[in-house]
Design a protein around this ligand. Structure first.
Ligand code: 0XW
Ligand code: MG
Length: 332
């Protein structure tokens, strides 16, 4: 089988709830880039990548030029066995992992379609019947966030990500964690995510004020060193997100003792090929995984759910129904 054509679409996705994060990061309408790879066998594979502005070294307008550069290495290539072709693409163009994740997703789609198997069968097999979802709560007033948590809990959610730091008010962040923790009752997992937006002192003050509660902290500061220092000072478990994007950063987080949990995002790692390896490393390291992507609709969500479905329950903390945060749906 040979790849004969690449087609790209730019699709505006609007969040149902404007999403406020620390450091002025806001997610309202974003551009999702959808890729279709056609082949001479009549099969097509689909990929999608949707960067959030100012969130990671990734932007939607960067996808088309990167794919244009990669097109000569893709056209005429055999899509079966994506890691081999991805290694060739990585040699042709260094970095640009977010753009490559759309290609890698489309290659896995083609490989699974050619094999006439569900993708999870190629990623390790169906390891779990059901996958826990978390619900991410935009950083607004504490009582409003508690109401959102209860609504999500009534819809079946058992894990809650509380966005922190949007108003630079550390006491409000303490109130956010207290309010959501109280609202959902004992049992559900609750964690506060600063998206790198806190300094070490502020994150430590917030963490110490809620240290008597069953909560986890996520990526308070910009570096692994600072996140590890916050973990040591607060005694609260730590989830890394922005800082964990390849095998060396996972190992560094583990070495510094702050990899209780980690967000594995397709476009951070460069697609399913790289994330499958990261998933297997996290199983060995004993890090609880959130298998997801930055943002996106149905194609991204389908890809990440297949990887989550092939991840043993002992390592799968949760996964994400990204397509339910945005409209329009691309392929319900
Ligand atoms: C990437 N986000 C902003 C959206 C996802 O739902 C989770 C969140 C994060 O930073 O973890
Ligand atoms: Mg995060």
């Amino acid at each position: 089988m040979k790849i004969t054509r690449l087609s790209l679409w730019h699709v505006p996705l609007t969040a149902h709830e404007t999403y406020y994060m620390a450091d002025g990061k806001t997610c309202d309408t974003t551009t999702s880039v959808v890729l279709r790879l056609d082949t001479d066998a009549g099969l097509s594979g689909w990929g999608e990548v949707c960067p959030i502005p100012h969130y990671l070294p990734a932007y939607a307008e960067g996808v088309a030029p990167a794919l244009t550069d990669l097109a000569p290495a893709l056209l005429g290539a055999d899509p079966i066995g994506p890691p081999v072709l991805m290694a060739r693409l990585n040699h042709h163009l260094k970095g640009h992992d977010y753009a490559k994740s759309a290609i890698d997703t489309a290659l896995w789609d083609l490989t699974a379609k050619a094999a006439k198997l569900p993708l999870y069968a190629l990623l390790g097999g169906r390891a779990v019947a059901d996958m826990p979802l978390y619900h991410s709560i935009t950083c607004v007033a504490p009582e409003e966030m508690a109401r959102m948590a209860i609504a999500a809990q009534e819809a079946g959610m058992t894990q809650f990500q509380v966005k922190l730091g949007a108003d630079n008010d550390w006491l409000a962040d303490v109130a956010r964690l207290e309010a959501v923790r109280r609202a959902v009752g004992p049992g559900p997992l609750v964690y506060g995510d600063w998206n790198c937006g806190a300094d070490r002192l502020t994150a430590t003050r917030v963490g110490r004020a809620v240290a008597h509660l069953d909560v986890m902290l996520e990526q308070p500061c910009a570096t692994i060193d600072e996140c590890a220092a916050v973990r040591a000072a607060t005694g609260l478990p730590m989830k890394l997100d922005e800082n964990a994007h390849d095998l060396p950063t996972l190992l560094e987080g583990h070495r510094q003792g702050c990899l209780d949990a980690v967000a594995l995002k397709l476009s951070k790692f460069g697609g399913l090929s790289a994330m499958r390896v990261a998933r297997d490393l996290c199983l060995t390291l004993g890090a609880q995984m959130c298998v997801e992507d930055t943002w996106g609709s149905d194609i991204t969500t389908a890809a990440l759910l297949h990887l989550a479905a092939s991840t043993p329950a002992r390592g799968l903390m949760n996964t994400c129904d990204l397509n339910h945060y945005v409209a329009p749906r691309l392929a319900p």
